[in-house]
Design a protein around this ligand. Sequence first.
Ligand code: PAN
Ligand code: ZN
Length: 198
Amino acid sequence: MIQPRPFSLDIGSAPESAAQFDHRLERRLSSLRGQFSDAQAFAEKMAQGDPVAYEVLEILRPEEQGELLSGLSIVHPGKVGREYFMTKGHFHSVRATAEIYYCLRGQGCMVMENESGDWDVQQFLPGRVVYVAPGWAHRSVNTSPTESLMTFFVYPAHAGHDYATIERNGFRKLVVDDNGSPTIIDNPRWSAGARTHV
Ligand code: PAN
Ligand code: ZN
């Protein structure tokens, strides 16, 4: 068992501070198969290689109530057709758990939705905090053409991750590049009927 112990973390100077983290997860574009609306653009991008879309640097703690999990999420710049590189996105398995994201670098947005039919998109700018309320699925999108989007996240350690619900239909809203401007559009693949509670 990892004993509860205080610690501190320098995140202003990341990624030089990457050694402070216990675990590094790399997600390649292939792990987002089916999530981009332009299947042909996805195939073309994959044919050029399978780029790293994002990385997660985590501090490991016991996944139990009372603990907090924290780390850095780094979404690299890139697009598949008109859609920007993004995270898979998920609900927390324990729906009644929230999350805080603090944007350190880059620009982008957090796409969110709940199971009551509401959706929300908050902008990421360096220094801005985004609060993901309990019950809201969340996905980070990097809208910069050149810079990685780096955020620090913290959430209850017992939250767990439900990826399957999002994998089935995606989010209600997509963020696409419309002549250089990030624009929110409806996701044609999303259907309320296919959505089930877990
Ligand atoms: C974050 C995310 C991280 C990567 O730690 O896990 O940004 O996104 P995906 O998990 O959707 O691939 C978090 O929200 N944890 O709950
Ligand atoms: Zn989360």
